[in-house]
Design a protein around this ligand. Structure first.
Ligand code: FAD
Length: 240
């Protein structure tokens, strides 16, 4: 198979890139390791807070309708710092821009639907994806699907498969640059079937940081700082 751009990874970055390239007349094939269905890609719960520019990009590329109808516009973020009075950072007032509370799962759903509608090639459950001759004029990608090895020749390969995916590893060592900041703690996130608090809240407490965010009118997202060594079993509802 031949394409102009082979995109590795069918998360929001890979799908959005494929969608944008399509709208600019450029042909792509997206390779995703997991299944698309509700068991994996479409059920992966992550982001819920969209910065203004990310929301605007979706609108600019025809993907903002559901977000603008069902997402919640947020003008600022509340900061709680130990026993000090709470403080609202009025982002709208100071930058003229707002944020939107809108779940990443919905964005991914809309992106898959758009690629399907436009006849885009998105190949899910592509196993053992490997990049070859990436620093040549004729790079190619191989993968396995249904027991067969396939090959895609591309003018460009776009690695949208995250830190642990094969793309980063395929960049020759002398060209690869990593920018990384490692924090000495983790954060535990939970979803709660309760109407969310009015504002996004970032809090600092003697036990560490916490955050209150939201997904939709009936679903709240909370985070609390936790030691990286903790397991989910260490966190009862009461402790949270
Ligand atoms: C708990 C949590 C909360 C977050 N909250 C926010 C938020 O509120 N706002 C915000 O803006 N961001 C948030 N983020 C960050 C946001 O989720 C990520 O920036 C976003 O998912 C990155 O998208 P991506 O497409 O680059 O990577 P991913 O979503 O990781 O997608 C990468 C894709 O590549 C695929 N892949 C990996 N390896 C291979 C392989 N070998 N072959 C083929 N495919 C492969 C994966 O299966 C995956 O589908 C949050 C992240 C987490 C974890």
């Amino acid at each position: 198979m031949k394409t102009q751009v082979c995109v590795i990874g069918g998360g929001p970055a890979g799908l959005m890139l494929s969608h944008m390239l399509h709208q600019n007349g450029i042909d792509t094939v997206v390779l995703e390791r997991q299944s698309k269905d509700k068991d994996y890609v479409l059920s992966r719960i992550r982001a819920g807070v969209l910065e203004h520019d990310a929301a605007q990009l979706l609108r600019d590329y025809g993907l903002g309708a559901r977000m603008d109808k069902m997402g919640k516009v947020k003008d600022g973020t509340q900061i709680l710092w130990r026993d000090k009075e709470s403080h609202l950072i009025d982002v709208k007032k100071w930058t003229g821009k707002h944020m939107v509370a809108w779940g990443q799962t919905y964005i991914t759903e809309d992106l898959y639907a758009a690629r399907e509608r436009d006849g885009g090639a998105v190949i899910c459950e592509a196993k053992n994806v490997a990049l070859h001759e990436v620093d040549s004029e004729a790079p190619f990608v191989t993968y396995q699907k249904d027991g067969r090895t396939e090959r895609i020749d591309a003018r460009y390969i776009a690695g949208c498969d995250g830190y642990h995916g094969p793309s980063r590893q395929a960049i020759p060592q002398h060209l690869r640059r990593s920018y990384e900041r490692v924090y000495p703690f983790g954060w535990l996130g939970i979803m709660v079937e309760k109407p969310p608090l009015e504002n996004f809240i970032y809090a600092y407490h003697s036990d560490g940081m916490a955050m209150a965010a939201q997904r939709n009118p009936q679903l709240s997202r909370y985070y609390a700082q936790a030691p990286v060594s903790d397991k989910i079993e260490d966190w009862s509802d009461d402790r949270f």
